[in-house]
Design a protein around this ligand. Structure first.
Ligand code: MRU
Length: 352
């Protein structure tokens, strides 16, 4: 295995979320891949709208959004109770990814001791740490991929979801950078197509070989021996190792077990929630039924059809082969390995 430079346009890292002239600037993920458009949020309400409509999304990016949101509140609101109320609202904008609430709490604490400048410095540090964690995680995970592996992934876990570099996509990227030449099966990820729109966009830019599939094709590809392993991200990992991630993750875990394939979760320790004992305690976001009644803005079901639209599901720990974090590879029993990863990471990175 020899190191190689990726052939795509990876030199230009995607600026997922930045602070610019007193505003939070987002690369608007709703417009991708058709348009690279930026969205400047001038108020906390603008940012909450952007979070709920998925202009910014993915657990680590939501952590940065929460922290920058507190900085924005501190810069735009006059009193501490107003900033506190804005922080509470931000933390509740989406319920499943623990990073959002943690990012808010971290920046609010910095605001209490250091004012608006303190909150901004904490947000900037959290964003830098998020990228550093992902690079470390990628380096730990890359050797798990055999040379020329066919890897199946779900949703989007690249720089767009993570401030920079990526979690599961970071592992794939690190494998490609070290010459392992992976091929990626990309689940389209119904109903909002994060795989088709965002993961395909990122892999193309990176020059990594990728093939888009309907979510429902995973089983037959596995049965045909065309998948070597599954790797994806997480929105919240309970301390017993149960994993909440984009809906469809659980079915992939069951399929992987049936076909004897490794099922890896890649996530920074900031996604492990020591206060969540197990998957049953994770709040699963239910989204607008119209996201299922329509496809690409076009109705595909009778108007008003009854719909259930959970955005995430929980994969039980016993189906997870390993959890790759920035400090190494955690294996079962997770109730033992995850606290140890949290402790080791705590000594190296800021808590967000
Ligand atoms: O609804 P989304 O697009 O925010 O869901 C994102 C996911 O489920 C990702 O897989 C998860 O946040 C991991 S991101 C590295």
């Amino acid at each position: 295995v020899t190191a190689r430079r990726l052939t795509g346009d990876a030199s230009a890292e995607l600026a997922t979320i930045t602070w610019r002239a007193g505003r939070v600037r987002l690369l608007d993920q709703r417009a991708l891949p058709a348009k690279m458009r930026y969205l400047d949020c001038a108020t906390v309400d603008d940012l909450i709208e952007a979070i709920q409509s998925l202009a910014v999304r993915g657990a680590p990016a939501l952590g940065a959004a929460g922290a920058y949101g507190v900085a924005l509140a501190a810069h735009t609101l006059r009193t501490k109770p107003q900033v506190r109320a804005a922080a509470r609202k931000l933390a509740r904008a989406r319920p499943t990814a623990v990073n959002l609430a943690t990012g808010v709490a971290l920046a609010f604490e910095a605001y209490e001791s250091g004012g608006a400048a303190g909150a901004l410095a904490a947000a900037q540090q959290l964003a830098l740490d998020a990228i550093a964690r992902n690079r470390a995680l990628g380096a730990h995970g890359a050797p798990l991929l055999p040379v020329s592996a066919s890897v199946l992934t779900h949703c989007n876990t690249g720089a767009l979801a993570c401030v920079g570099y990526g979690t599961a996509l970071g592992v794939i990227r690190a494998a490609a950078e070290s010459g392992r030449d992976p091929h990626v099966w990309v689940d389209e990820t119904r109903p909002l197509l994060q795989g088709a729109r965002l993961t395909m966009f990122e892999l193309e830019r990176l020059g990594i070989d990728a093939t888009l599939i309907p979510d429902s094709a995973a089983a037959s590809l596995m049965a045909a021996g065309e998948v070597d392993l599954v790797i994806l991200g997480a929105d919240r990992i309970a301390i017993n190792g149960d994993v909440a991630n984009k809906v469809g993750t659980y079915s992939l875990a069951v399929l992987a077990r049936h076909h004897g394939l490794p099922f890896y979760v890649a996530a920074p320790t900031s996604t492990i929630d020591p206060d969540t004992p197990n998957g049953a305690a994770i709040a699963i976001e239910e989204r607008d039924p119209d996201e299922v009644r329509a496809f690409g803005g076009k109705p595909v079901a009778p108007e008003g059809a009854s719909v259930r639209n959970p955005a995430f599901d929980v994969t039980p720990a016993h189906l997870v082969t390993a959890i790759i974090t920035e400090v190494g590879i955690a294996r079962r029993p997770y109730a033992r390995s995850l606290p140890s990863h949290l402790k080791r990471a705590g000594a190296l990175y800021s808590p967000g």
